[in-house]
Design a protein around this ligand. Structure first.
Ligand SMILES: [Zn+2]
Length: 402
């Protein structure tokens, strides 16, 4: 198990005296001061030129009029574009090479002849992106230097003492630029105080654990929805985008805090496989898009991996209908059933909180052996005896969790 974990993205540190320390990669994001935006916008257009050139050339090579088709690699593109940097005012050879490499890699993954063009102007403009190599970004006092220009950033103290890898300047939808640098951080691998937890992802609350802890939705969007609508009516598009960004940041913050807390507490984490694209088409679309289940699952997975936890995704089917005490399908169902927050099992008389019950079922589903034939019902057909269930799941039958 240990070996497996170390063979992944997280590599063990060289320090053999601390076997429980891992080195993981995190991205440092620093906002660039507005004085450099003009330069960055111009450089972003040059990056788009390089990208579109790479797209054109590699498509021609893959579908030539005559001769054998060739699937160009980043190395081929670099050879073809050598010496091109003298035709650009802002970007240098290292950025061109990074763009080429990135293009070739993305195209290989997408298995397409050509990726989408990058557009510099108009309403469908691509968000700016200027990749760089680690060596071409240097410190200069509290600022950084890139391509002969000095960039001041907010919170420059976060750059102190870190060693970065190749990063980029990236623009967000509001039009602000960010310096993004992957850095290596040491994290302590520890054993969690509690054994395991099941997490039910829902609409009323984003997530509820089998122990009754909740990640309240806090109405990420709903609170500032009116402000967004107002700004849009008045034609303040930038203001509206800013508000959207604030809502997104709030949501991310809440999900980060919740996932950090879960990973800090539990050794084994089980999540339901509920998918948002399916529900986003229904009437509940706005709530679903607010909730950010995929994001939360992603955070749990990478944080869990970094801390040495087991994170498992299981089918969510019937988990809110099944009684977690006796296993019968006695719970509320259908669209109307969504309104029922508490219910009583008609077989064993257990009083359930809807979400906590579902989370317990999710936790227990991870402990069942995997289905062999693959098409049998995921619900329990034979309810295990009470004693055995308690022993196996380690759940005390809590009466109500308000
Ligand atoms: Zn029951």
């Amino acid at each position: 198990m240990r070996l497996l974990r170390h063979s992944g993205k997280t590599m063990p540190s060289q320090e053999s005296t601390h076997p429980h320390t891992l080195t993981v990669t995190r991205t440092l994001r620093l906002k660039v001061k507005a004085e450099a935006y003009d330069w960055l916008n111009a450089a972003g257009c040059e990056v788009n030129l390089v990208w579109n050139w790479a797209a054109q050339v590699s498509e021609k090579a893959a579908r030539p009029c005559t001769g054998d088709p060739k699937w160009l690699t980043g190395f081929d593109l670099n050879n073809l574009s050598s010496g091109a940097s003298k035709y650009f005012d802002m970007i240098g050879a290292d950025t061109i090479q990074r763009v080429n490499g990135e293009y070739a890699q993305k195209r290989r993954i997408a298995r397409r002849y050509r990726l989408r063009w990058r557009t510099s102007r108009g309403p469908r403009r691509s968000l700016g992106w200027i990749p760089m190599k680690a060596a071409s970004l240097n410190r200069k006092g509290r600022a950084v230097r890139f391509c002969g220009k000095t960039f001041r950033v907010f919170e420059p103290e976060r750059l102190e003492g870190v060693k970065w890898k190749q990063g980029c300047f990236a623009q967000d939808a509001v039009g602000d630029w960010w310096l993004c640098l992957p850095i290596e951080v040491r994290v302590d691998e520890s054993v969690a105080p509690l054994e395991k937890v099941g997490i039910d992802l829902g609409l009323k609350e984003v997530a509820v654990t089998s122990d009754g802890a909740r990640c309240e939705k806090d109405r990420f969007y709903r609170g500032i929805e009116q402000k967004i609508a107002q700004a849009q009516r008045r034609g303040h598009r930038r203001q509206a985008k800013r508000l959207h960004r604030r809502a997104a940041n709030r949501r991310k913050d809440a999900l980060h805090k919740f996932s950090r807390q879960i990973v800090g507490q539990y050794q084994k984490i089980v999540v339901g496989d509920v998918s948002s694209p399916h529900l986003a088409k229904t009437r509940m679309a706005k709530s679903v898009l607010d909730a950010g289940w995929g994001m939360l699952r992603g955070y749990l997975q990478y944080k869990g991996q970094q801390a040495g936890r087991t994170v498992q995704v299981v089918s969510e089917r019937n988990t809110s209908r099944t009684c977690s005490s006796c296993g019968s399908l006695s719970g509320p169902q259908g669209v109307n059933g969504l309104r029922v927050r508490h219910w009583m099992c008609c077989h064993c008389g257990e009083w359930h909180d809807r979400d906590v019950n579902a989370a317990r079922n999710i936790l227990r589903r991870a402990e069942l052996p995997a289905s062999v034939s693959g098409n049998e019902l995921p619900s329990l057909r034979v309810p295990p005896s009470r004693a055995r269930r308690s022993r196996k799941a380690g759940i005390e039958p809590v009466r109500t969790v308000a």
